[in-house]
Write a protein that binds this ligand. Sequence first.
Ligand SMILES: Cc1ncc(COP(=O)(O)O)c(C=O)c1O
Length: 441
Amino acid sequence: MGRLLRTGLNAGTEAPQVVGGEGVHFHLSDGRKVLDGSNTGGPLGHGHPRMAEALREAAGLPMVSEGWNWRGRDKAAEELFEVALKGEEHWAGAVRFCLSGSEGNDIALSLSQALTGRKAIATRERAYHGLVGLSRDVTVQPHWHGGLAAPNGGTKVPPPGAKVHVLPAPEGATYLSATEAARRLPPLDERLAGAAEKLRDSAAVIIDYTQGGYYHDGAYQDAVAGIARREGCLWIADEVVTGVGRSGRPFAFQGGDTRPDIVTLGKGLGGGMVSVAAIVVSKDVAAELDGKSWQNYGTLRGHPMAMAAVSAYLGIVRDEGLLDRVKALEGLYARRLSEIAARHPSVSRVAGQGLHWTIELHGPDWRNWLADTTEAPIASRVAGHALGAGAVIGTSGEQVSLFLAPPLIISEAESERLLSILDDSLFLADREHNATMEGAH
Ligand SMILES: Cc1ncc(COP(=O)(O)O)c(C=O)c1O
């Protein structure tokens, strides 16, 4: 046993040993270069020269805690509004920086509790919002519980801190191919019929735009937001994955007409080189904070190095036209993935937006799994095969979900290679699926 505590994430395969990276490739200890195909924290791939230069320069900056002023922090805030929130100035008020998406969601939820005086919080089925404090409570995928998963059962799950309401998933509004079950779903207003009661005692409802493979269009967001407004519940757009790049527009919430009370950002915001996240509050929320001190402090939040990374990332997004690039690649992924889904009987659904795509396989029900089995799930085995063939393809942690989230700088040719490795690797899942089907007859 080494000195670094390694706990394993779930019953997946052994993680590869990374020794370096460049562009869209990881360099592994066995000398191979593999395509980085699922890395929501690395929007620019590895070693982007402009990011590297900005951070080299920032290495000489002082250590300034959140309690002190730092001009680079004001600059990053201004740039976030100029680059990402352009056109949203009518409602967006101000930003506070923090360290991770989990922390951002926890802070946003506790602020909502303070503002409304309510304790309960709400999300939608199959959501993941982080594993810290209240963000863990609203992470309702059963296997992401923040506790200990033992391979032969005996899993220990910590009890939640807040009461959590779960709204139905936005299943009918997936971007590409919905399941048969989703196609038979009743209309949205019927599905959300019980939501008003749930949001009546909730401080906030938080919705994200990728987790569980749900890439809902604006209708779901607008319906939930409308109910939240009527019931005095705040709504938080969790754009930790989708914000400033991956969805092919600055924010996924721009697919709807409503605008959130709070937006959280993270993951790629530091260009994949530092840990940084942010909470953007609306003008109304900012007005409520005016004249009060928000008693929530973090020593390393808004660190000069992190602020330099945010500024550099936003500059690259703007100057390299990354959002247009993602939008242009979206069509390629949509087309190729529907072909792949049609070819493989093991695929139950593909869905996605921009450069985030989910491939869901037939198999065990994700609702019943606590990551406590000895055998690697089928999604992990497919990902293991893909790694052998030269590409990292992620699993969402569920047994049956694979996802692609390549660097936003990926080329068409590299995308084709990634997709063809996925295509080839799915034979494993087909074999298993066909055997199950035969066994059932
Ligand atoms: C939608 C969403 N929100 C929040 C988080 C938490 O972010 P982090 O892991 O950076 O704390 C994640 C992480 O996967 C996420 O997917």
